[in-house]
Design a protein around this ligand. Structure first.
Ligand SMILES: [Zn+2]
Length: 327
């Protein structure tokens, strides 16, 4: 990918007539100007609800992702950080940049947040926000995207894996403890900025033994509901340093924390539980996988005075922010 990416950077750089001034260091943070006037960069988005592929300009795609992935009430600097990482995610998928599309030959990305980033068209956002909400929110989103136009997160000159999540709950998670793959800039960082998130404090999820048994069936594990409440039938076998469940044993079979969470539809792998009668009561803290940028943390950090470059440097240590057309 590196060769194709750099070649395209060079090619588009020539086409756009841009001067090359190198990457923008985030330590100490500077304020890069958004690039204007570069060519239309088409991204093909598979919009699942209507089963169709929509071609659009990358910047337009980024606006709708920011609107779909982050509350518009967040601080403008948090929205700008989100715009940069949403654009970076897309770039790594776009075939034109030698990326790995989600649907090869059909679309670069899907609109489904379970597979890619959430993307919603204007009419859906208007339904969600209402007319006045649209009138208030959309200009904020457009401004955040245009003020970061063409900016991406890079590591060693290539687009970074700009993963993000809603709320870490105090510490972000290292990629190796979630996906088993060590990534230099996706390490655990302390986050004191997301305390205002509605997902920060543990919330209770009550599931019946039957529900847990059925959910385990989705993972191919057959455990009778009558056995679920017994001590030791469900047992954590590996915790990450931040207290998230890495591996859990279900009736003697080992499951990854991520799969267990997904099967039970829990908000994160940062959970404990107790048995109360026939129910299993989970206490779940945080929201999302915990890796990379903590969105509520980004909002808290922005309100504490950090700009989007400082926010990105905090959650992705060692990365830089660069223009798409610069090496
Ligand atoms: Zn956080």
């Amino acid at each position: 990918m590196k060769k194709a990416f750099l070649f395209l950077l060079f090619l588009f750089g020539l086409l756009a007539g841009l001067s090359s001034s190198g990457t923008v260091s985030v330590e100490p943070p500077k304020s890069p100007s958004p690039v204007t006037g570069y060519p239309f960069l088409r991204i093909d988005v598979y919009y699942e609800p209507e089963d169709k592929v929509i071609s659009m300009d990358l910047e337009d795609y980024v606006k709708h992702v920011v609107a779909s992935e982050m509350p518009a009430s967040f601080h403008p600097e948090a929205l700008k950080a989100q715009a940069v990482i949403a654009r970076t995610y897309a770039l790594r998928k776009m075939q034109i940049f030698g990326g790995t599309p989600s649907m090869p030959g059909k679309a670069d990305v899907t609109s489904n947040p379970a597979k890619d980033q959430a993307w919603n068209p204007e009419h859906v956002l208007k339904e969600r926000w209402g007319v006045i909400g649209w009138w208030l929110n959309w200009p904020k989103i457009e401004k955040a995207v245009s003020q970061t136009q063409g900016l991406i997160l890079t590591y060693k000159g290539l687009p970074a894996e700009s993963v993000y999540h809603s709320t870490c709950g105090g510490k972000t998670e290292a990629a190796r403890d979630v996906w088993g793959k060590d990534v230099d800039y996706l390490q655990s960082v302390t986050c004191s900025y997301c305390v205002s998130s509605p997902h920060y404090k543990p919330t209770e999820v009550v599931l019946s033994a039957r529900e847990v048994s059925n959910s385990m069936g989705k993972l191919g594990i057959s455990v009778p509901a009558s056995r679920v409440p017994y001590t030791g039938v469900i047992a954590v076998t590996s915790l990450s340093p931040t207290g998230r469940v890495k591996q859990i044993s279900v009736d003697g079979k080992t499951v990854r924390g991520l799969e267990f969470r997904s099967a039970l539809n829990l908000k994160s792998t940062k959970f404990t539980w107790s048995v109360q009668g026939d129910n299993i009561v989970f206490q779940v803290a945080g929201y999302g996988h915990g890796v990379g940028l903590c969105q509520y943390g980004a909002d808290g950090a922005a309100r504490a005075g950090l700009n989007f470059l400082e926010i990105l440097a905090y959650y992705y240590p060692g990365t830089q922010v660069a223009h798409i057309f610069e090496e």
